[in-house]
Design a protein around this ligand. Structure first.
Ligand code: PEP
Length: 252
């Protein structure tokens, strides 16, 4: 049985005060959400504040990125072991904004993935196609290549302690979500592809959908059999909408 998961990617938003209010709002309104794993992913600079605010709650926290290096002269980078010191349980890797704006290759994403696992942090591996790739019918090939970056080098067992997030680039921050059917089709493809490597891991792995999830479309997306929750950007910046999205997960 896969636990539904709702993760909020704050990106580079907010002040200390706004982070405080958002964390308080999430904490105060998450008590009845035992059936959902809630995760917040603030900017690095707010992680300590987040850890203090959520310490006595059942909301987990993590990071939006991590260095592919262990330590050393890498100005501006933050290592997995540093994240572990602040009790980060999760971190995103391969978000499309990292892949496209910062040119992160599959090889770098794979290095980040394994650095996280070496520090006992669960990677949330993001993948998804551009609009152009979808139009050219390359969605499955793109997603498969992004998973293969892990499978080919670390084997399927590396996915035992990982979460996947399918995030079509054309749906991120655009207000235009994939339809539940479009998302389900790709989630099902991912699960079937993994099943060719290991049926149990394929059955157990959580696959989140991300891309313009809102309180109004969350229920239909989460009702799909292979969608195990959401990675939420814009709508995670207000506790009311983040909690409303979590409440769209059916309790059974
Ligand atoms: C994201 O950046 O991971 C994301 C899904 O953003 P949004 O919900 O704003 O589309």
């Amino acid at each position: 049985m896969r636990r539904a998961t709702i993760a909020g990617n704050w990106k580079m938003h907010g002040t200390k005060r706004q982070a405080h209010d958002l964390l308080q709002g999430i904490k105060d309104n998450s008590q009845t959400l035992d059936h959902v794993e809630l995760i917040v992913l603030p900017p690095f600079i707010f992680i300590e504040q987040t850890a203090q605010a959520l310490n006595d709650s059942h909301v987990a926290w993590g990071a939006q990125n991590v260095s592919n290096q262990e330590q050393g002269a890498f100005t501006g980078e933050v290592s997995a072991s540093m994240l572990a010191e602040f009790a980060c349980r999760y971190a995103l890797v391969g978000h499309s904004e990292r892949r496209t704006i910062y040119n992160e290759s599959d090889a770098v994403v794979r290095e980040k993935f394994s650095r996280l696992q070496a520090s006992n942090i669960c990677p949330i591996l993001c993948m998804g196609e551009s609009l152009e790739q979808r139009r050219q019918n390359q969605t499955q090939a793109v997603v498969q290549r992004q998973i293969d970056a892990i499978l080919d080098t670390q084997g399927v067992s590396a996915l035992q302690d990982a979460i996947l997030a399918y995030e079509p680039i054309w749906a991120i921050g655009t207000g235009e979500s994939a339809s539940p059917e479009q998302a389900q089709e790709v989630h099902s493809f991912i699960r079937h592809y993994l099943a060719e490597h290991n049926a149990k891991i394929a059955q157990n792995i959580r696959i989140l959908y991300g891309g313009s999830v809102k309180p109004t479309n969350a229920r239909d997306l989460f009702a799909m059999p292979d969608i195990d929750g959401g990675l939420i950007g814009g709508a995670s910046l207000e506790s009311d909408s983040f909690i409303a999205i979590a409440n769209a997960v059916s309790p059974d």
